[in-house]
Design a binder for this molecule. Structure first.
Ligand code: FAD
Ligand code: NAP
Length: 339
């Protein structure tokens, strides 16, 4: 176990923010984590658990904490029944590699979640979702190390309190656990979800005549590559804001004032608005302030064109929030985790 001091984090977050961690350690088993966390000199220093760094923004130059990179690997089939296969993945596995593993083995359910950056352990944090599928749809349970007593706890689906880009780990259990493994319940017989976004169009363009989970995964990858900025080229953390939900009356009032507004009715009598559209209408799409900007193809994504600081990106996000509030009376919420 190597504990580093003043470790640069620029290459460890997809925004490419040049922050420094006061202490940095990479750990690849629960036992190693316990050993490290028992060390008296680190007991009272706050911990920041790092996966692939694709959903966070460092706003301070020096993070006065221990950044603990979770490198627990391993993918195993734990059991199966007539309809399902239960597969456990270490939290440090790359998410897309895990999706590819499932597709190679014909385990269905997460093909729509192809090419989401980051690691498996962060997936339940915000119940990752894309193209009409969310992690919770195939979630069985997870194991997490409680930072207070170093005991391992099992969380089932109810205990995770999954919501739209939400879970208990972003609320009352925030910073209290290290997720060490996640078990998924995947399907032997696929149910295809192709109606969301441009999947059907892309499948047609690909000339797919027989649907398969591999074809859907490929279609999702093609769409994502054509629309989203590649963090290896332009720093970003995906959607910076969540899509807000408003009640039906508020939506009706907005529709009268802005007839082109985009809204998706939800089961709870609310309507989900496309935050990207709201931001675009405020004139932010493609705007650049210094080296921080709003992406020119998807206004939900804030980008670092070079040497923007986390503070500059945060301030830009505040200006976007303020103008959406002023024009539409709708409060956007940041999806990205701010440190
Ligand atoms: P990190 O950024 O490393 O961490 C995120 C948060 O989780 C932090 O608060 C961190 O402390 C905590 N955390 C990480 N690992 C653990 C652990 N093992 N235990 C406890 N806490 C932990 N998200 C979607 O939902 N859908 C998308 O379609 C999507 N598309 C994206 C596209 C791009 C181009 C980018 C850059 C991001 C996208 N994201 C998307 C956001 C991001 O990829 C996901 O949220 C992903 O799950 C983050 O994983 P990570 O390992 O990088 O997490
Ligand atoms: P898109 O297809 O252009 O759609 C714009 C927005 O409308 C999306 O945010 C999506 O909401 C919503 N939407 C579209 N079709 C819908 C339907 N049939 N029912 C309900 N809502 C619908 O979006 P995009 O930017 O290209 O992204 C495609 C998918 O990848 C989306 O699911 C998006 O969430 C996901 N994605 C997420 C991130 C992230 O960082 N969180 C980054 C990139 C892409 P939802 O977002 O609720 O699905």
């Amino acid at each position: 176990m190597i504990i580093l001091e003043n470790h640069p984090l620029g290459k460890l977050n997809t925004f490419g923010i040049d922050a420094v961690a006061r202490f940095y350690v990479e750990l690849s088993s629960t036992e190693q984590m316990k050993e490290f966390l028992q060390k008296p000199e680190f007991k009272n220093i706050p911990k920041l658990i790092l996966g692939g760094g694709s959903n966070l923004l460092f706003t301070k130059q020096v993070l006065d904490c221990v950044v603990l990179k979770n490198n627990i690997r391993g993918i195993n089939k734990v059991r199966e029944d007539k309809e399902h296969v239960y597969v456990r993945s270490g939290a440090g596995e790359n998410w897309h590699n895990f999706v590819m593993y499932c597709i190679e083995h014909n385990y269905a359910g997460i093909e729509n979640l192809s090419l989401i950056p980051g690691n498996v352990g962060a997936g339940p944090m915000q119940n990752i979702g894309a193209y009409g599928v969310e992690l919770k749809d195939v979630f069985q349970e997870l194991e997490a190390l409680n930072l207070a007593d170093l005991k391992t706890e099992i969380f089932n689906r109810e205990q995770c309190e999954f919501g739209y880009r939400e879970s208990v780990f972003k609320k009352q259990a925030r910073n209290k656990y290290i997720i060490t493994s996640v078990t998924f319940c995947l399907n032997k017989t696929p149910t295809f979800h192709t109606s969301y976004g441009a999947i059907n169009q892309e499948l047609e363009a690909m000339g797919v005549s027989e649907l398969s989970i591999a074809a859907i995964s490929q279609a999702v990858c093609n769409i994502r590559r054509s629309k989203l900025p590649d963090p290896a080229v332009i720093g970003n953390a995906g959607s910076f804001f969540k899509n807000p939900e408003v009640d039906e009356q508020k939506f009706a009032a907005l529709k009268t004032q802005f007839p082109a507004i985009v809204g998706y009715p939800l089961d709870n009598k609310k309507v989900k608005l496309a935050a990207g559209w709201l931001i675009e209408q405020c004139g932010w799409k493609g705007k650049i302030l210094g080296e921080a900007g709003v992406h020119d193809k998807q206004a939900l994504v804030l980008v670092n064109y070079g040497k923007a600081t986390g503070k500059e990106l945060y301030d830009l996000s505040q200006r976007v929030l303020d103008s959406v509030k002023e024009k539409f009376g709708v409060e956007l919420e940041r999806e990205v985790n701010i440190y």
